[in-house]
Design a protein around this ligand. Structure first.
Ligand SMILES: [Zn+2]
Length: 264
């Protein structure tokens, strides 16, 4: 698999898992040159193919001249790659269950093992700390850098009234974290609803977070999940490619014609 093909799978998986809809994007730092990254042209994630993937420098300029539309928020990726040399992939999404935690003072907390990384901390980016009230879009290098500063060394940050950014030391890790950030937010809201305002919810403690998220980051824990999602994404892509191929035309026998006319 090439890096472009891997990135296409990441786009498709995020779309299939409801983390991105027509918006949102995922990038991959290139192995050959750590000062470059791959990102799709501006389009719905579910439709991305390898031909739609472009290469950017860390100032988020396309390496080759292109006439295609680019994501306005590509600076999220370039500025995080600049500030975090260990990070190989960045996801920006408008993950629906995550949004409420970005607009309230209720913190996201780790409550099940696949969401343990949340216990490492998920800060909230308040764009009004960096500019006057506006459209909330990260459309300048300055805003991208500000978001990267809020993210700091954490695995994810919420963006108030907008979505989230999630990073990983691999493409797999960034995608898996994005999926489980969405699921964990949903589960936390359900737990809070069941528990009521004064009831106790048992979250993971710091030792559990350290034990689980350390193992998940480095020991290939996610491979089973990743392989399953990749198989499904490839099957979807193959189905689309088959549908695009011209239909083979077969000569119709006279007998077959007569049979058809009797039926219809
Ligand atoms: Zn956005």
């Amino acid at each position: 698999m090439s890096e472009r093909e891997d990135l296409v799978l990441a786009y498709r998986i995020l779309a299939a898992r409801g983390v991105v809809d027509a918006y949102g994007h995922v990038s991959l730092r290139t192995a050959k040159n750590p000062n470059r990254y791959l990102l799709a042209r501006a389009m719905a994630p579910e439709l991305v193919t390898a031909d739609d993937i472009l290469e950017f420098d860390l100032d988020s300029n396309p390496v080759k001249d292109t006439q295609v539309a680019l994501y306005l928020e590509r600076y999220i990726h370039g500025e995080i790659f600049k500030s975090r040399s260990e990070i190989k992939a960045v996801v920006h999404n408008h993950s629906p269950s995550v949004i409420p935690f970005g607009v309230t003072t209720v913190p996201l907390r780790p409550l099940f093992n696949t969401g343990a990384f949340i216990g490492e901390g998920v800060p909230t980016f308040e764009i009004r700390d960096f500019q006057e009230s506006g459209d909330l879009i990260i459309k300048t290098p300055y805003l991208g850098h500000s978001l990267a500063t809020t993210l700091g060394a954490k695995p994810a940050a919420l963006m108030r009234g907008h979505g989230a950014v999630v990073v990983g030391e691999s493409l797999m890790l960034a995608v898996v974290r994005s999926v489980y950030l969405e699921l964990s937010a949903k589960l936390q809201m359900q737990a809070m609803l069941i528990a009521g305002p004064d009831a106790n919810i048992v979250y993971l403690d710091d030792a559990e977070v350290a034990a689980i998220s350390g193992r998940q980051a480095f020991a290939g824990t996610w491979k089973r999940t990743w392989d399953l999602w990749c198989i499904k994404a490839r099957a979807q892509i193959e189905m689309e490619q088959r549908a695009k191929r011209p239909k083979a035309s077969f000569p119709v026998k006279a007998g077959a014609d007569r049979r058809r006319s009797r039926v219809g």
